[in-house]
Design a protein around this ligand. Structure first.
Ligand SMILES: Cc1cc2nc3c(=O)[nH]c(=O)nc-3n(C[C@H](O)[C@H](O)[C@H](O)COP(=O)(O)O)c2cc1C
Length: 180
């Protein structure tokens, strides 16, 4: 059966996860920028970096697909906020609901992984956005910060790498389970 890993990655951490998953499962991985063919795929694993809550490339890639066309849809988000905190998962789910039709959202199996960030590598636009957010959060009592806000404040200006390939295990387990 046909399966594909499609990834949306600006700075490379999601690509690293996608390439590792591809190596471990022998499912080909391709960037969403290459506009891969998704019709006729039995299983789509979409992996995308989180940018202001949105999953990079997700809406563009899935906009023409209906749940009837794909048997299995996996969505794996990669962000700086800690996925072991329930608030992170809740927030990611809320923003996914805005990016997907309710049928696709119900159909998808969701996973959240932790990524990386190097402030030295950010494009000017991203660096400016982060600086503005940092300034506004600094003026706010920390009790009011969301989990994403906290992750931003903890890592601001630094080079951090939370990529952990073992976190792919639940994705692989689910892939194997469903293909039995
Ligand atoms: C402008 C900007 C916005 C971001 N927004 C979020 C966010 O809303 N939630 C989050 O968890 N991480 C956020 N991040 C962190 C990225 O999701 C994280 O660095 C991720 O690993 C990037 O994936 P990539 O390296 O594949 O592009 C943001 C980073 C930047 C530069």
């Amino acid at each position: 059966m046909n399966s594909i890993i499609i990834y949306g990655s600006q700075y490379g951490s999601t690509r690293r996860y996608a390439e590792k998953l591809s190596e471990l499962t022998s499912i080909p991985a391709v960037s969403f920028k290459e506009s891969p063919h998704i019709s006729g795929q039995d299983t789509i694993i979409y992996m995308g970096g989180l940018y202001a809550g949105g999953v990079l490339g997700l809406s563009k890639t899935l906009r023409s697909i209906s749940p009837q066309e794909i048997r299995r849809l996996f969505i794996v988000t990669v962000g700086l906020s800690d996925p072991s905190k329930p608030e992170t998962t809740e927030n990611v789910h809320k923003s996914l609901q805005k990016q997907l039709s309710s049928e696709l959202f119900q159909h998808a199996k969701l996973f959240h992984l932790r990524g990386a960030m190097d402030y030295g590598e950010l494009h000017l636009g991203h660096r400016t956005a982060m600086a503005l957010l940092y300034q506004s959060l600094r003026r706010m009592p920390s009790e009011k910060w969301t989990e994403e806000d906290r992750a931003l404040m903890d890592t601001y200006g630094k080079q951090v790498d939370f990529v952990d390939f073992e976190a792919l295990e639940p994705v692989i387990r689910e892939l194997n389970k469903e293909s039995i």
